[in-house]
Write a protein that binds this ligand. Structure first.
Ligand SMILES: Cc1cc2nc3c(=O)[nH]c(=O)nc-3n(C[C@H](O)[C@H](O)[C@H](O)COP(=O)(O)OP(=O)(O)OC[C@H]3O[C@@H](n4cnc5c(N)ncnc54)[C@H](O)[C@@H]3O)c2cc1C
Length: 411
């Protein structure tokens, strides 16, 4: 139980300082809503958050007047999308059809993205960020309305009362579980092993994915190293990790030969993190006093690298719909449900794309026998042959379905 001294109040409490929470915190504070973001970790320096800042997010940054400063942070610009499929290179996307200021994916470690946004947000009087604040439950009034959260921090247990609580705490959301919101699972047959391998800076092929029968390796160029994802069948980690690390290194190099010179960087299983993948969504995103957005409302798989951007779009939509009402203290449950109504269609469309790719590309590749011949799927052949389709796909992937514009006010 929190002492009285550890009980505070605010207009909006955001649980989770990921892309959704940090963008929403910034936008609400910018609109003059007293906002507290609670983040359970002590920093953003975790390695497995995803690295892609898509054109839709770059455009939001531009609308906020932040794009030039943002792009001063270390990043690589990915202007086309290609993969190596068996022995063939496939060309999948070309962002050249988008306005030049955001005609690329910025491959930026997510801690840079979050550090940048939180730095800007901290300069706003209405914004507070509390790190190492782990939310463990909800405060629920006698009328059933959520009235804030309780949690623990190095200073002790705390309670934060709020007119509105917004769960942005990701795919293992404590908030959505505590609120008893029902989840619909869409099935994710894969998990991911996440590791780094050194990269020689000059002239290396920067294809994003390397595919061989039985294996799929994602290689994200981070300048002096590759951030790699080795896709495995769901639940397959234990069997693999029971073997010598050399077996894993061989499997990786057999699919992605360009990693061979520095594969010894993966010294033991301690250098390899297991990331579990989920694709699901809530049936209801809100109840009185509470809303969930981002992965807390709809967990995304890594396919397409779109989850961060969808989370940011949710945050922009939520701020557009709620900022003025939050400031005036008049938000109703119907207002909160407007966010779900606005974002459900983009979410469904994006998750359908992820599930289609995972079932029609990933599963066949993963279940192919090592050494078997790998055929490039027909849609990939067509894309490779028709540049205009590459531009269309890049626009769809880069801007997403029904992209948002910033309409929330500046206080
Ligand atoms: C293996 C893998 C790779 C991925 N790669 C990409 C990619 O390259 N590009 C991409 O766009 N998407 C990627 N995704 C999807 C992407 O990670 C998510 O869709 C995106 O991070 C969602 O953002 P979010 O802000 O909703 O949640 P998160 O990014 O999960 O952020 C949630 C935040 O809440 C905090 N938190 C959690 N619980 C609590 C609590 N109880 N109290 C306080 N704080 C809490 C967490 O520490 C975290 O900071 C990947 C997903 C997986 C599984």
């Amino acid at each position: 139980m929190a002492s009285e001294a550890n009980t505070t109040g605010t207009q909006c409490c955001i649980v989770g300082g990921g892309p959704a929470g940090m963008m929403l915190g910034y936008l609400l504070a910018r609109a003059g809503v007293k906002t507290v973001v609670l983040e359970k970790h002590g920093d953003f320096l975790r390695d497995f958050r995803g690295d892609t800042v898509h054109p839709s997010t770059l455009r939001i940054m531009d609308e906020l007047g932040l794009l030039d400063a943002f792009l001063e942070r270390p990043h690589q610009k990915l202007r086309t999308l290609s993969a190596v499929f068996g022995a063939e290179r496939v060309q999948l996307g070309d962002f050249g059809g988008l306005p030049a200021r955001y005609a690329f994916i910025a491959m930026m470690p997510q801690w840079e993205f979050l550090d940048f946004l939180s730095g800007r947000a901290r300069s706003l009087a209405a914004f507070t960020l509390r790190m190492q604040a782990n939310v463990t439950g909800l405060i629920v009034g006698a009328d059933g309305r959520v009235a804030g959260v309780r949690g623990s921090s190095p200073e002790g247990d705390f309670e934060l009362r709020a007119d509105c609580t917004i769960g942005c705490d990701g795919r293992h959301s404590t908030v959505r579980a505590a609120a008893g919101l029902a989840v619909e699972g869409l099935g994710a047959p894969i998990d991911v092993l996440w590791f780094r391998v050194g990269r020689d800076p000059a002239g290396q092929d920067s294809s994003l994915a390397r595919v061989a029968p039985g294996h799929f390796v994602v290689t994200i160029d981070r300048g002096d190293y590759w951030q790699c994802a080795f896709v495995i069948p769901k639940g397959g980690a234990e069997a693999l990790q029971g073997q010598d690390i050399a077996v894993f290194r061989e499997q990786v190099v057999a699919t992605a030969a360009l990693l061979a010179p520095h594969i010894a960087d993966v010294r033991s299983w301690d250098d390899v993190k297991l990331l579990t993948v989920a694709v699901d969504r809530l049936l209801q995103w809100s109840r009185p006093g509470l809303l969930c957005i981002g992965d807390a409302a709809h967990a995304m798989s890594p396919i397409g690298g779109v989850g961060i951007n969808l989370a940011v779009q949710d945050a922009v939509a939520a701020a557009n719909l709620l900022a003025e009402k939050l400031r005036a203290g008049t938000v109703t449950e119907a207002d909160l449900d407007e966010v779900r109504k606005r974002r459900l269609w983009p979410t469904k469309a994006t998750q359908a794309m992820q599930v289609t790719i995972q079932n029609n590309v990933l599963v066949p590749v993963m279940s192919a026998d090592v050494g078997a011949e790998l055929h490039v799927p027909l849609p990939m052949r067509v894309l490779t042959a028709v540049p205009v389709l590459q531009r269309l796909l890049a626009r769809l992937l880069g801007m997403g379905v029904r992209p948002e514009h910033v309409r929330s006010p500046v206080a």
